[in-house]
Design a protein. Structure first.
Length: 110
């Protein structure tokens, strides 16, 4: 991925917390009825990772152009609510900043 693409997007970690009042069959039925697998994430949004954390739920990291953030929110409201409790955490790639700081410190700076 080019640096321009990375700079023109944010990372969004979405926690899809399990609702233990629903079993797996009920969850899958609700997701299918909401067209979840076709609608999420919305067009123009990239899945960076998607993990299942036993006892917690699913942890999805998306690369989102800022102009598509509202679309992500709408799809969560439309398709995930009633199935998962959701939490969202915007982030950015700190690795290049860390590298810059590390080099500055190596050169005697703070």
């Amino acid at each position: 991925m080019t640096q321009d693409v990375i700079q023109d997007s944010i990372l969004l970690t979405v926690l899809l917390k399990h609702d233990q009042s629903n079993n797996l069959d009920a969850v899958q039925t609700k997701l299918k009825d909401a067209d979840w697998w076709e609608r999420f994430p919305p067009e123009g949004v990239e899945v960076v990772s998607w993990y299942v954390a036993m006892g917690l739920g699913q942890i999805v990291t998306l690369r989102v152009p800022p102009a598509r953030l509202a679309a992500v929110n709408v799809e969560l409201e439309r398709s995930a609510w009633g199935v998962f409790r959701t939490e969202c955490y915007p982030a950015y790639d700190f690795a290049p900043v860390r590298d810059m700081i590390r080099e500055r410190v190596r050169q005697g700076g703070k």
